[in-house]
Write a protein that binds this ligand. Structure first.
Ligand code: 1CP
Length: 351
């Protein structure tokens, strides 16, 4: 008798992150680091000497190689797609480039409400198809879950208005306060494009997604509700039918965590200003908590790293929804030995 060969669904050999995101992890916490594939790694810098950052984001073979670098060297429990939150403004035609020592620059920032009205309808399957292709290639190779991501609408709007990084977001806040109607129109447009973009990533195979609201900390708490949270909710709701866990990261999340919980994400990523064990008492047990090591801790001697890890892991012991991470991205000058020590140390906490 002929045996019919059914197509095999790729099985993850390590699904610790997904268990924690559904608050069902009974072993040691999963660990991954924001910006884990980046400039602190000599292997990354060697590639970066040959290619521009955007070339690295645009070429699927390079994305696959770079996404896997930290997994091969340190063995984190999850991969995060190598890309950038600014590929959406790039796809909307604002002209993106990265300058060394300066950071991202958008060549055609938004200046008037007419500029918002003139933004094109985004066809993600065309302008961002290279992302889907990278994800499909990665899913053929990875044994750990793959995180997709996007910027949150407020953060993306701020880059589109400022034209780059700007510590106080003066232009953005002035626009927001003087003409909230057109500002909301922009946030709505970005939220809907982001839903389409994350759906593209989910269709291609990502196991979970993280939204980065890196500039939310410039908002007052009432402003946060109106200009950030409302759109995070819209995206979480928009993705609900897909049943893929969503993690919300805000810089300043310790102040906003209770509000973030209202969006009912699978997880909330916390900065290091808060005591995560205390935060657990106010955030529902059904929401995973991710964090919250100070990225500067990785400059400390190993004993200090170990002590902080003991405090954190003992404090969260028995919590089925705890994901170990930094409170923000890893710094480019972080010693590689400290990262290796941290990941190995987490793994010594057992199964
Ligand atoms: O010169 C270089 O080699 C580029 C450095 C670099 C890298 C490695 C940039 C430029 N972006 C990235 C990758 C990146 N960016 C990832 C990859 C996955 C990972 O390993 O984590 C992710 C998730 C991001 C997300 C991102 N880009 C955010 C949100 C997270 C955060 O740190 O708050 C933001 C704000 C950006 C914009 C951006 N891209 C790059 C820089 C230097 C910046 C920040 C500039 C600023 O401070 O405004």
């Amino acid at each position: 008798m002929m045996l019919q060969v059914m197509p095999q669904k790729l099985k993850l050999t390590n699904d610790r992150l997904l268990k924690a995101l559904s608050c069902q992890n009974t072993g040691r916490p999963p660990v991954w680091l924001m910006r884990q594939a980046g400039r602190y790694m000599p292997e990354y810098r060697a590639l970066r000497a040959k290619y521009s950052f955007l070339d690295m984001c645009h070429q699927p073979e390079l994305v696959v190689e770079i996404t896997q670098l930290p997994l091969t060297v340190f063995g984190m429990d999850a991969a995060i797609l190598f890309s950038d939150i600014l590929v959406i403004p790039e796809a909307l035609g604002l002209g993106l480039r990265f300058e060394d020592q300066v950071g991202p620059i958008l060549e055609r920032p938004l200046k008037t409400p007419a500029d918002i009205a003139a933004l094109p309808v985004l066809d993600v399957s065309d302008s961002l198809s290279y992302v889907a292709q990278s994800i499909r290639l990665l899913k053929e190779r990875l044994e750990v879950p793959l995180l997709g991501f996007a910027g949150a609408p407020f953060t993306i709007a701020s880059y589109m208005i400022e034209g780059g990084s700007s510590p106080a977001l003066k232009k953005t806040k002035q626009w927001m306060l003087r003409d909230p109607v057109s500002f909301h129109r922009l946030l709505e447009k970005i939220a809907d494009d982001t839903i389409a973009y994350l759906n593209l990533q989910i269709d291609a195979g990502v196991d979970a997604v993280q939204l980065f609201d890196s500039w939310a900390h410039v908002l007052g708490h009432v402003q946060f509700r109106e200009f950030s949270l409302a759109y995070l909710k819209r995206i979480v709701e928009g993705l609900k039918p897909r049943n893929v866990p969503v993690i919300l990261f805000c810089r300043g999340a310790s102040v906003f965590a209770k509000q973030l919980a209202e969006a009912a994400p699978a997880g909330i990523s916390l900065d290091w200003n808060t005591d995560i064990t205390q935060m657990r008492l106010t955030i529902p047990q059904s929401i995973a908590l991710q964090g919250n090591i100070d990225p500067d801790l990785l400059y400390a001697p190993k004993e200090v790293i170990q002590k902080e890890l003991d405090r954190l892991i003992t404090g969260m012991k028995g919590d089925k929804g705890f994901i170990l991470n930094l409170g923000h991205g890893i710094h480019p000058d972080t010693p590689v030995d400290a990262v290796k020590y941290l990941i190995d140390a987490v793994k010594r906490y057992g199964d």
